[in-house]
Design a protein around this ligand. Structure first.
Ligand code: NAG
Ligand code: NAG
Ligand code: NAG
Ligand code: NAG
Ligand code: NAG
Ligand code: NAG
Ligand code: NAG
Ligand code: NAG
Length: 678
C-alpha cells in the first residue's frame, strides 16, 4: 500500500515539476522551449495532434491533408518606439516519415503569421500556407521557412529536397538543396529530407542588418557556423503586430507523417538549446528483412523434409507463372518505379470486376489499394504485344513520374508482363470530366469550377510541352482524359500513351492516333503529332467544357453537330455566347465565357501556324495578355467544309461519338487532305 502511495506521489511530483517547467518556459511571450511536446498547450488544427509520446504530429500518415500547430499566444516582433522588427531566433528538430522509401511529401514549414486561420489554404504543394488566389500576395504578411520534398516547377522549385525562405508565397526568395556546410572543410554535405532522419533547423534574424540565416544539420550535430541559406529581408514591411509562430504541413499523394520533436524560440536573443535527452524518438519503419522465400525454404530443406520442399517448389513455380513479369536490363534503373505484378494483383483483389473503374481508350482501369502503403491507386492494363517504342515510352513516363504537377495525374510506376503493360496512377476520386459534362445523374459543374479546370489543364499541358526537360506531346487531350481530384481540380491523364501505338509496322502506312473530333487536320495528313496538334485538341476540349457538348454531337438520328463549326458559325453571326452550356443558364462571367469560346476557336485554327502556344494560352487565360482577334483566314478556310465530306462523315457515323481511339483513318480521307490547298 505505502509503496503504491509513494509511487503515486513521486509521479505527481514529477508531473508538477514538468508542468512548472513547461509553464515557466512558455510564459513571458518572448521565449519558450518545448523539448518534446507532452502536455504542451499549442493551438492545433487539421490533423495536427500531440502524440502520447510527446511528438508534435503536424500531419499523420494520410494523403492529401494539412495540419497546423501554433504557440498559443501571439508575439510582439515590432519595437513600439521606432517600428523596427526585433531580432529573433528559433530552432526546432523535425523528421519526415514516409511509407515509400524514397518518396515523401509534400513537406513542412516554420511560419510567422498574423493569423492562425489557414482553413482556406490548400494542402499538397501549397503546404497548408496559401491557395491559388492569395499565393504571392503581400497582404498575407507571412514568413515561412519551407522544408519541401516535392519538386514543383510551378513555384520554381529547384528540386525535390530543398529548404527555402518564402515571403507571402511559395516561390522562394532563396532556396538551397537540403544540407549543411561542414565547419572544417566548408563543403556542402547533402542531407535527405525523406530519409526518416531527425534534423535540426535554426532560423536567426538580425533586426539591425535585416539578415535572416537558416541552418540545417542532422541531430545531434552542433549548429554549423555557416548557414545553409542567408538573405537580407526587411521584415518590417512584412510583419504585422502581433504575430503567431508555428508550423504548417501538408501531404500529397504519399502517406507521409511530418513531425516536430522539439522547439524553442527567443526574441532579442539566442533560442535556448533543446535537451536532446528529452526529445521523443522519430518512429521510423523498421527496414525490411531478407526475402520470405529463403526464410521458408532453407529451414525446411535442412530439416530434410524433401517431399514438402518439392511441394513448395511446385507451388512457387506455379506462383511464378501466375505472377510472371517481364524485366529487362534497361529497366533496372527504374527500380522504384517498377511495381511487382503480385502487388498490383493483390491491390486490385485479382483485377476483379468490382474494382473496375472504367474502360479507357487504351484498356481497363481498376481501382486498387496498395497493401504496404494503403495508398489508393488506379491501375491501367494496356495490352501491348510489340516491344517497339516500349523503352522510350517507359523512359518518358518514368521521367515524368519523378515530378509532380498538380494538373497531371501522377504516374507512380509500372509493371510489364507478356503482352501487357500495367500503369499505376494516383486514384482520382471524382472520375473523369466527361461524366460531369454529359451524365445527367452527375451534378452540373458551375462556371468557376469549369474555368479553373480549363486553366488547370492548360497549365498541365504547358508543363508537358515546355517546362519539362524534354518535350512531351500528350496526343490525346479530351474531356474523358481529364480527371477530377477530390477538390475538383482538373488533371490530365494518359499523357504519351498514344505514342506506344504510333509506330506503324510498314513504313508506308501512317497510323494516326488520337480521338476523332479532336484530331488536327494536318495530323490526318502527315500522321505526325506535334505540340500544335495538342493545342488543336485542347481548343476542342475547351469548347466542350464551355458548351457542354461533345466534339461531334449526335443531335438526331444520323445527324451530327460538329461543335467547332457550330461555335464558329455563331461567332460569325455575332452571337457566340449562345453556344454556352444551357445548364449553366446565366450563371457565368460573360467576359470569361467569351474568352474561353474564342480561345477554343483560336486553338482549333485549321492552320498550325494560326494556333497559339500553350504558354500564350496560359497568358490569355490568366489575363496577362489580350486574346488576339481571330484571323480572317479562319473565315475563308475550306477545311471545315471539307470535314463534312462524305468519307469523313461515314467514318464518324460508324463509330459512336465517344470513340476512344482511332488507329487509322481511311485512305480516302488522307487523299482528300493530301490534295487540299495547304
Ligand atoms: C490522422 O488524423 C485524423 C484526424 O485526427 C484521423 O481521423 C486519422 O485516423 C489519422 N490517421 C492515422 C493514420 O493516424
Ligand atoms: C492555452 O493557452 C491559451 C492562450 O494562451 C489559454 O487561453 C488557455 O487557457 C491555455 N490552456 C491551458 C489548458 O493551459
Ligand atoms: C530602434 O530602437 C531600438 C531600441 O529600442 C534601437 O536599438 C534601434 O537601433 C532603433 N532602430 C532604428 C532604425 O532607429
Ligand atoms: C533516392 O532519391 C535520390 C534523389 O532523388 C537518389 O539520388 C537516390 O539514389 C534514391 N535512393 C534510392 C534508394 O532509390
Ligand atoms: C484563399 O485564402 C484567402 C485567405 O484565407 C481567402 O480569403 C480566400 O477566400 C481563399 N481563396 C480561395 C479561392 O479559396
Ligand atoms: C491581394 O489580396 C487583396 C486582398 O485580398 C486583393 O484585393 C488584391 O487584389 C490581391 N492582389 C493580387 C495581385 O492578387
Ligand atoms: C522577396 O521578399 C520581398 C520582401 O522583402 C518581396 O517583396 C519580394 O518580392 C521577394 N522576392 C522574390 C523573388 O520572391
Ligand atoms: C548569419 O550568418 C552570417 C555569416 O555566415 C553571420 O555573419 C551572421 O552573424 C549570421 N546572422 C545571424 C542573425 O545569425
Amino acid at each position: 500500500m505505502s509503496a503504491v502511495l509513494l509511487r503515486a506521489s513521486v509521479c505527481l511530483l514529477l508531473l508538477l515539476f514538468l508542468h512548472r517547467k513547461l509553464a515557466a518556459s512558455a510564459n513571458g511571450g518572448d521565449s519558450f522551449t518545448y523539448s518534446g511536446f507532452r502536455g504542451a498547450n499549442l493551438t492545433l488544427d487539421g490533423v495536427a495532434a500531440i502524440s502520447s509520446g510527446g511528438l508534435l504530429v503536424v500531419t499523420n500518415k494520410t494523403t492529401q491533408i494539412k495540419g497546423h500547430a501554433f504557440h498559443p499566444s501571439p508575439l510582439h516582433f515590432r519595437n513600439p518606439s521606432n517600428g523596427t522588427i526585433f531580432s529573433f531566433s528559433t530552432t526546432f528538430v523535425f523528421g519526415f516519415v514516409s511509407e515509400f522509401t524514397n518518396l515523401s511529401g509534400n513537406g513542412m514549414a516554420f511560419l510567422v503569421s498574423p493569423t492562425t486561420d489557414f482553413s482556406k489554404a490548400l494542402g499538397s504543394q501549397y503546404l497548408g500556407l496559401f491557395n491559388q488566389s492569395n499565393n504571392g500576395n503581400s497582404t498575407n504578411h507571412v514568413l515561412a521557412i519551407e522544408l519541401d520534398s516535392i519538386f514543383n516547377p510551378e513555384f520554381a522549385d529547384m528540386n525535390d529536397n530543398h529548404v527555402g525562405i518564402d515571403i507571402n508565397g511559395l516561390k522562394s526568395n532563396k532556396s538551397q538543396s537540403a544540407g549543411y556546410y561542414a565547419d572544417g572543410s566548408g563543403l556542402l554535405n547533402p542531407l535527405s529530407l525523406r530519409n526518416c532522419e531527425a534534423m535540426q533547423v535554426w532560423v536567426d534574424y538580425d533586426g539591425q542588418t535585416k539578415l535572416i540565416n537558416v541552418t540545417l544539420a542532422p541531430v545531434p550535430m552542433a549548429k554549423p557556423h555557416k548557414p545553409l541559406l542567408s538573405d537580407t529581408i526587411d521584415l518590417s514591411s512584412v510583419f504585422l503586430d502581433p504575430m503567431y509562430v508555428g508550423f504548417s504541413s501538408s501531404t500529397g499523394p504519399f502517406l507521409t507523417s511530418h513531425y516536430v520533436l522539439g522547439w524553442s524560440f527567443k526574441m532579442n536573443g539566442v533560442a535556448p538549446d533543446l535537451d536532446g535527452s528529452l526529445l521523443p524518438l522519430l518512429p521510423c519503419p523498421r527496414s525490411k528483412g531478407k526475402s520470405d522465400v529463403l526464410d521458408i525454404v532453407l529451414p525446411l530443406a535442412s530439416a530434410g523434409l524433401v517431399l514438402i520442399t518439392v511441394g513448395i517448389i511446385v507451388l512457387l513455380v506455379r506462383r511464378r507463372i501466375k505472377y510472371a513479369e517481364l524485366l529487362e536490363d534497361w529497366e533496372l534503373e527504374y527500380g522504384p518505379h517498377r511495381f511487382s505484378y503480385k502487388d498490383l494483383f493483390e491491390a486490385t483483389k485479382g483485377f476483379r470486376d468490382k474494382e473496375l473503374l472504367g474502360m479507357g481508350g487504351f484498356g481497363r482501369v481498376y481501382k486498387g489499394v496498395l497493401q504496404t502503403s494503403k495508398a489508393e491507386v488506379a491501375v491501367k492494363r494496356v495490352s501491348h504485344e510489340s516491344r517497339q517504342g516500349m523503352r522510350e515510352f517507359i523512359a518518358e513516363v518514368v521521367s515524368i513520374g519523378r515530378l509532380r504537377h498538380r494538373n497531371l495525374v501522377q504516374l507512380l510506376g509500372y509493371c510489364r508482363r507478356k503482352g501487357e503493360l500495367l500503369l499505376v496512377y494516383d486514384y482520382m476520386q471524382n472520375g473523369s470530366l466527361d461524366k460531369f459534362l454529359y451524365d445527367e445523374a452527375k451534378p452540373t459543374l458551375d462556371w468557376p469550377t469549369r474555368f479553373r479546370i480549363i486553366k488547370g489543364v492548360a497549365s498541365g499541358l504547358l508543363y508537358l510541352h515546355e517546362d519539362w526537360e524534354q518535350v512531351v506531346i500528350h496526343r490525346d487531350v479530351k474531356a474523358s482524359n481529364v480527371l477530377l481530384d477530390h477538390e475538383l481540380n482538373g488533371r490530365l491523364g494518359d499523357f504519351g500513351l498514344a505514342r506506344l501505338y504510333d509506330h506503324g509496322t510498314a513504313p508506308k502506312t501512317t497510323r494516326v492516333v488520337g480521338t476523332m473530333g479532336y484530331l488536327a487536320p494536318e495530323l490526318a495528313r502527315t500522321g505526325k503529332a506535334t505540340t500544335t496538334t495538342d493545342v488543336f485538341a485542347f481548343g476542342i476540349f475547351v469548347l466542350e467544357v464551355a458548351c457542354g457538348r461533345r466534339p461531334v454531337d449526335p443531335i438526331t438520328f444520323g445527324e451530327e453537330l460538329i461543335l467547332l463549326d457550330w461555335v464558329l458559325e455563331n461567332w460569325r453571326k455575332g452571337c457566340i455566347l449562345e453556344t454556352s452550356d444551357p445548364r449553366l443558364g446565366e450563371e457565368f462571367v460573360v467576359e470569361e465565357m467569351e474568352l474561353v469560346l474564342k480561345l477554343g476557336l483560336l486553338c482549333s485554327h485549321p492552320l498550325p501556324a494560326g494556333r497559339p502556344s500553350m504558354r500564350q494560352v496560359v497568358e490569355y487565360l490568366e489575363g496577362n495578355a489580350p486574346l488576339p482577334e481571330l484571323s480572317p483566314t479562319y473565315l475563308s478556310f475550306s477545311v471545315l467544309a471539307m470535314l463534312h465530306n462524305e468519307g469523313f462523315d461515314d467514318y464518324i457515323m460508324s463509330y459512336p461519338s465517344s470513340v476512344a481511339t482511332a488507329t487509322s483513318i481511311s485512305e480516302g480521307f488522307q487523299k482528300q487532305m493530301g490534295s487540299s490547298a495547304f
